[in-house]
Design a protein around this ligand. Structure first.
Ligand SMILES: CC(C)(COP(=O)(O)OP(=O)(O)OC[C@H]1O[C@@H](n2cnc3c(N)ncnc32)[C@H](O)[C@@H]1OP(=O)(O)O)[C@@H](O)C(=O)NCCC(=O)NCCS
Length: 154
């Protein structure tokens, strides 16, 4: 099914939060989704890009099949906090399209963190030129280790 990628509107925050709640079910981690209020703020003040699909909504994500959020850091870099695709739409180029659109807006290095065991995400990031800057044990809770990766625009 076709999709289009565009900046989020402030009114998208509930659908994005709904997507966030289902995007991580396969991990078994219950606390990863961000809240509706922070998505409301990010939609207005961060770079939030959404992928919308044509056709009838099948759940409370509406036409939202993917989202990424990126914001400037205090050090003058960017931080790509999250990229996620609806479980029923993975493997079809949505994540790749969101990443391409986000990096096109990056005028400075882009940081992100990733669970090294998240093969799909690691492959996506490496494919776009991200490299590991640092490994942090217990980045979130003690068992939640993360690699900090960085993309440097040419
Ligand atoms: C990671 C994620 C965003 C990828 O989105 P997607 O739409 O499925 O990805 P695409 O179809 O655009 O694939 C882009 C690239 O990602 C990698 N990739 C995607 N799915 C993969 C899988 N199951 N195994 C290995 N690599 C995979 C590949 O490098 C792929 O490029 P290729 O098609 O040339 O091989 C998606 O799997 C997702 O939402 N996962 C859950 C949330 C998450 O873990 N987000 C990342 C941390 S914030």
């Amino acid at each position: 099914m076709a999709h289009k990628i565009q900046p989020a509107a402030a009114s998208d925050f509930l659908a994005i939060a709904a997507l966030d709640r289902i995007a991580w079910r396969h991990t078994g981690e219950p606390f990863i989704a961000d809240g509706e209020h922070v998505w409301r703020v990010w939609c207005e003040y961060a770079v939030v890009l959404v992928a919308r699909q044509d056709g009838e909504p099948t759940d409370d994500t509406g036409d939202m099949v993917g989202t990424t959020v990126m914001f400037p850091t205090v050090d003058g870099e960017w931080f790509l906090h999250k990229i996620m695709v609806h479980p029923e739409r993975r493997g079809g180029g949505v994540g790749s399209g969101l990443m391409r659109a986000a990096l096109a807006r990056a005028d400075a290095p882009v940081l992100l963190t990733v669970d090294p065991a998240n093969v799909a995400a690691v492959q996506l990031y490496e494919g776009y030129g991200f490299a590991v800057r640092q490994h942090v044990e217990g980045y979130y809770r003690p068992h939640e280790h993360r690699n900090v990766m960085v993309y440097v625009p040419k």
